[in-house]
Structures are given as structure tokens and as C-alpha cells.
Design a protein. Structure first.
Length: 156
């Protein structure tokens, strides 16, 4: 029998990530599991103006991005994960998204990761890479990727 005690829900706050929240909620309710909601601020987030010793970051400082992300996570939990049988934890990390997700899953002994994916293939996939694909390949636990919002999960 499968016993999911801990579910990790990495989010980039996109529409696809929001859709995968339906799956997170369903699995958490069915297994009375705790949910870990995670956002990773990509360490390559800042764009640099000019080049050389006088270059300046064009984006906001990392502390500001981390604080904004934490506020967005808290709002997401209040709006989408209220009333679950188990506890809900939030975490904001900075780094390479797939590495931080896999590291967190290992450190917290996560039983399942549920995340959205764009479902790109071919040239777009090769060019852009995929956080979801890398998580699937490196994760220490099963990973459910949610791609198509037209196919809703229905509990019998």
C-alpha cells in the first residue's frame, strides 16, 4: 500500500503550477499528508546592465525577491490549501530550481513531488531545458507532473 506522508509542491506561481494544486490537494486529503509548498528564486534572476567592472544589476535585490516570494506563498496557502488534514509548510530558497527542489526532497524525506510542466519537446525543450524533467530524473521519490489543464483529476 502506498502511504504518502509528505508531499512537495514546488511552484513558480504560473497558471500550470496553479492547476497542479488541484492534484496536491486531492492527494493530501486522500492520504492525510503534510504539504510542503516551495518556491525557488532562480540564482540567475538578475540581468546585468553593461559589462565590465561598472556593471549593475537591473533586477531587484535578492532579499526583495525572497520577501515577495514568501508573501506570494502565504497567499497561495491561504487561498488554495486551507482545511487540509495535515500541516502545510512553506519555504523559499535561492539557487537553481531543480537542484533546490531535489535537495529539499532528500533533506525532508518527501514521499512525492507534484509539479506543473509546460510539456515542451524538441527544439524548445533543448533550448530552454526543463525544471520538471530534471526533477523527474534526479528526485529521490516519485514525481507527478501535471501538464494539461483540460484533464482534471476526479476523485471517484
Amino acid at each position: 500500500m502506498i502511504n504518502l506522508r509528505k508531499i512537495l509542491y514546488p511552484t513558480d506561481f504560473s497558471e500550470l503550477a496553479e492547476h497542479s494544486l488541484l492534484y496536491v490537494r486531492s492527494f493530501a486529503e486522500a492520504h492525510k499528508a503534510e504539504v510542503h509548498v516551495m518556491h525557488v528564486v532562480d540564482e540567475a534572476y538578475q540581468y546585468w546592465m553593461a559589462m565590465g567592472p561598472n556593471s549593475l544589476p537591473a533586477g531587484p535585490p535578492p532579499e526583495e525577491l525572497m520577501a515577495t516570494s514568501k508573501a506570494q506563498l502565504e497567499k497561495l496557502v491561504k487561498e488554495g490549501l486551507v482545511g487540509l488534514p495535515g500541516p502545510v509548510h512553506t519555504v523559499v530558497a535561492m539557487g537553481r530550481p531543480y537542484l533546490e527542489i531535489v535537495r529539499y526532497a532528500k533533506d525532508k524525506d518527501i514521499d512525492m513531488i507534484i509539479l506543473g510542466t509546460h510539456g515542451r519537446s524538441g527544439f524548445a525543450q533543448a533550448l530552454l531545458g526543463s525544471v520538471a524533467e530534471k526533477v523527474v530524473r534526479k528526485a529521490p521519490c516519485p514525481v507527478l507532473t501535471v501538464r494539461n489543464p483540460q484533464h482534471d483529476f476526479v476523485v471517484p
